[in-house]
Design a protein around this ligand. Structure first.
Ligand SMILES: [Fe+2]
Ligand SMILES: [Fe+2]
Length: 258
């Protein structure tokens, strides 16, 4: 079992697809992940299931890998188990979670925006440009900026989970570049497709951060690091040079319209 704990999850799921279903049952969505290089032991540690659930899940997994055999698996190093479903975040992490709320409101509007996508009229084009500005200035520079330039620096960036998160940011950026290029050549289908994919990535990405990454980071930061993060976030927000308020107004306007 030890060998499997140190193996990439994608390789394990390729060999034993049932393992993907088991992880899924415990709310660990590895099967659809496009990277999948996280090690099984890290996944168990990062998700921090209550001890009895972890035991139960690992028995099921070893049952699939070694059918009909009683396999003892080594104890995985973990911090104190999650006691309730309610996640409590440190103040800087709470700020990022709150920023996700506005990004999720935008993502929820994307299907409506796509329904009456208009790339001929001035207003139609402006709406696409405003959407791209929200993504680039609020979701990317203001929010992902704090993650990549400040928060993630407190951790080993070679960790698979951080590579997955970085990859999501990069994919989102690539879709935005593709939207702009498609707008230039008046390719409505490509705008639709890339905006739709952007929304899908962000939905999953925010869920990963809110439910897995940030709680795990909070468990690994010291009190003084949390304080330091809080002031670095303030400095970053002050230096951004524009008020995030206008993006709230943009989203509220769209919500009224649709
Ligand atoms: Fe992120
Ligand atoms: Fe985020």
């Amino acid at each position: 079992m030890e060998a499997y704990l140190n193996k990439g999850i994608k390789a394990i799921i390729d060999q034993f697809p049932e393992v993907g279903n088991i992880l899924d049952e415990y709310g660990i969505g590895c099967a659809p992940c496009n990277v999948g290089t996280c090690l099984l032991k890290d996944i168990v540690e990062i998700h921090n299931l209550p001890a009895d659930k972890e035991q139960e899940m690992m028995s099921m997994i070893s049952g699939v890998i070694y059918p009909g055999r009683e396999i003892a698996f080594p104890k995985i190093k973990r911090e104190k188990a999650t006691v309730s479903k309610e996640i409590s975040y440190s103040p800087p992490m709470k700020r990022l979670v709150d920023e996700h709320v506005l990004i999720k409101r935008w993502v929820a509007l994307i299907p409506e925006v796509l329904k009456d996508l208009d790339i001929e009229s001035k207003d139609g084009i402006q709406l696409i440009l405003d959407g791209v500005d929200f993504i680039r200035s609020y979701a990317d520079r203001y929010h992902h900026g704090k993650e990549e330039e400040i928060l993630f620096k407190y951790f080993d960036e070679d960790l698979e989970i951080l590579k997955v998160i970085h990859e999501d940011h990069e994919q989102a950026r690539a879709h935005v570049r593709a939207i702009i290029e498609a707008l230039d050549r008046k390719d409505k289908d490509a705008i639709s497709e890339n905006l739709r994919k952007y929304g899908e990535i962000l939905n999953e990405h925010i869920k990963k951060e809110d439910e897995i990454l940030y709680p795990w980071m909070d468990r690994n930061l010291t009190v003084s690091q949390v304080g330091e993060l809080f002031s670095k976030f303030n400095e970053a927000d002050d230096s951004i040079g524009y008020s995030p308020e206008r993006y709230l107004t943009f989203i509220e306007g769209l919500e009224e319209r649709y």
